[in-house]
Structure formats: C-alpha cells, structure tokens
Design a protein around this ligand. Structure first.
Ligand code: FDP
Length: 352
C-alpha cells in the first residue's frame, strides 16, 4: 500500500517504458563518433514494421489475403502481403537516404543507389508466406551491413555479398498473438513488444539468453526420406527411436525431445531462441542446398542466435563465415542451443 493513498502500489519492472527508439539512441551515445545515421535507419525500419504489422492484422478485411498471380525470382508464388511488405520496406528505406544498397528476397537484383548512403539493408519482407492465409505466425527478417567506402565509391554488388560476420545489426519481427521485435546491434539480443494502443515498441525481454540445451526439436519431418543417413540417424536419436542401431540417449541430453514445427522460420526460431533446443532445415534430395536463404534468413538469424549465446551452422561451417557468391543463395540452416547444434554437427560428421 502506498504511503499517501489507499491504492495498492504495483511493482513496475525497471525496463518497462524503454522504447525501441530510446534503446537505439542509448547505443548511439555509447558509440564514439556516431553520426545518428544508424539510429535513424533503425527508426525507419521500425516505422516500416509498424505499417506492415497494421496490414497483417487486418489483411482479411482489406482483400490482402491470397496470391497476386505472379512468381518471384525463386519461382515461388507471390502473396499479396509479400508484395505489400516488400514495397513498404523498399519505399521507407529508399526515402531514408541511408542505404547505398537494398536487397530483398522478393526482387531479382539488388537496388544499388546512386548515393553515398553508409548502409546496406537485406531483408525477407514477409517470412512464412505459406502460413499467411491461415492466421499462423509470420514475420519480417533483416540484416544491416556497413558500406566499406561510402565516401569514395558508389555501391556495387560485391559490397552486398559479404559474410554474415560483418553484419552490424539484425532483427526479426514476429506477427503472432503479439508483435515482437528482436533486435541486435552487436551488444546482445533484445526483445521489444508492440503496444498497439500507443504504436510503440517497448523493451520486454532485455538481453535474451538461449539456454545451452533445450527439450524441443523443430524440423519438417515430412522430408525424412529425402535426408542423408546421417541426418536420419540424428532424427531418430532426438526422437528416442533406437531402431536400426540409432544411438541411445546421451548423457545430458534428455531425449526424446518434443516436436514443435510451425513452418514459419520466425516463429520456430523465436521459440528456439527463448526456450532452447534446435531448429533444422537441412539439405535434402529435393532442396540440395537447403531451402532457406543465406542473406535474408540464415545470416540475420545466426547473428541473433550467436548474440544470445546460441549457435548456427550449415551442419559443418558456422553460418556467419560463409562467403556468399550470389544474392539468393540457399543454405542448410541449423540453429539453436549450443549443445544441441553441436550434437547435430557430430551426427553429420559421422561421429555418433
Ligand atoms: P515459406 O515457404 O512458407 O515462406 O522461407 C521459407 C519458409 O517458409 C520458412 O519461413 C520456413 O521455415 C520454411 O520455409 C518452411 O518450409 P517447409 O514448408 O518446407 O517446411
């Protein structure tokens, strides 16, 4: 009870009230020589996200569900919300003046601006498209690179094709029961929740840590017969299936793990980041190089997981060390708790 009134006092956590804008500004003040451009760029991204969020929330009422009738550069059918989200991000980022180059999963070539903008933005405007029409969690994923020589040269494609370890910020937004924005500028991964009444993101999960081991695995098991024997062996182990000589539970790993698979990377990755465990989309006989895109999906997620103490690999190499050779390159992606990702790598190497 407060001293001056009869109203019971409620303990408000210290972080409540920190907006995304303040959080980013705070980072800027801590960085010597910061010009404010990076802060402004992230504020533009936050604006684009809030616009996309508002349309995702009311898509069924505004004829934004369904397909446009076109296919994208990957040969996939394009949904109306894919196009809308892509256009919003493109417009907002181009108008910001901070991007020398912009690349999106939805467009064939990178947009190389004739300006000296200091940053490069790469994004998947609406991830999990196949879930849009059924009201299942979908998201937006992005990564930001700093241009190498913005004053001396105009942007070029090689500047876009850089390994993920050079990322300066990455994030994803999950349009789920609430709208969550997970962001890292290289100082940990932090979660913000949109207050829809105010239209602001507030810090809700400061300094997210991915547990070193989890109890769930997230994989499209419909692909089982398309996997290599090593991956099948891993899948059997994690399910606790000891038929055909699959190894028994290993000390410390509490197999069988529970199965959780939404089919939207953002939703599956978010659960894995918070609760631990493993998400895997390995290569198979249908998707020989894996299904997920290195620049727009794997790299930003890998950056966030590493910032939270987790790990990300293609089964052999660290995702952030892969040197991209093309914009829409695909990769196997295994994300999650350090120990769970480590166990997957051992199976792939034939060590288990
Ligand atoms: P979608 O095809 O619905 O856009 O990026 C593609 C992606 O979804 C990821 O979000 C998701 O993790 C994966 O593909 C799902 O693929 P499967 O349908 O083959 O499981």
């Amino acid at each position: 009870m407060s001293e001056h009134s009869s109203i019971p006092s409620i303990k408000v956590p210290a972080v409540v009230g920190t907006t995304l804008r303040e959080h980013v500004l705070h980072g800027m003040h801590a960085a010597p020589g910061a010009t404010g451009e990076f802060t402004s760029l992230l504020n533009h991204i936050s604006l684009a996200i809030r616009i996309i969020n508002s349309r995702v929330r009311s898509a069924g009422l505004s004829e934004l569900l369904g397909y446009t009738g076109e296919t994208n550069v990957q040969g996939e059918e394009v949904q109306k919300l894919d196009t809308f989200s892509n256009d919003v991000l493109m417009n907002v980022l181009e108008r910001s003046g901070h991007c020398g180059a912009i690349a999106s999963e939805e467009i064939d070539d990178a947009i190389l601006a004739k300006n000296h903008g200091r940053y490069i933005a790469l994004f998947d405007p609406l991830d999990g498209s196949s879930n849009i029409d059924t009201n299942v969690g979908i998201g937006t994923i992005f990564a930001i690179l700093r241009r190498t020589d913005p004053k001396l040269s105009l942007p070029s494609l090689p500047e876009v094709l850089r390994p993920g370890r050079e990322i300066v910020a990455a994030g994803y937004v999950l349009y789920g029961p609430s709208t969550i924005f997970v962001l890292s500028t290289g100082q940990g991964a932090h979660g913000f929740t949109l207050d829809p009444a105010i239209g602001e993101f507030f810090l809700s999960q400061p300094d997210i840590r991915c547990p070193s081991r989890g109890s769930c695995f997230s994989v499209n098991e419909g692909n089982f017969t398309r996997w290599t024997p090593e991956i099948q062996r891993w899948a059997k182990w994690i399910r606790g299936d000891q038929s055909d000589g699959a190894p028994t539970a290993t000390a410390g790993f509490n197999t069988p793990y529970g199965a959780r698979y939404v089919g939207s990377l953002v939703a599956d990755a978010h659960r894995t980041l918070l609760k631990g465990g493993i998400f895997a989309y390995p290569a198979d006989t249908k998707s020989k190089n894996g299904k997920l895109r290195l620049l727009y999906e794997a790299n930003p997620m890998a950056f966030l997981f590493e910032q939270a103490g987790g790990a990300a690999t293609n089964g052999k190499d660290r995702i952030l060390d892969i040197m991209p050779s093309e914009l829409h390159q695909r990769t196997p992606l295994i994300l999650g708790s350090k120990d769970d990702v480590g166990a997957f790598r051992q199976f792939l190497a034939g060590e288990r």
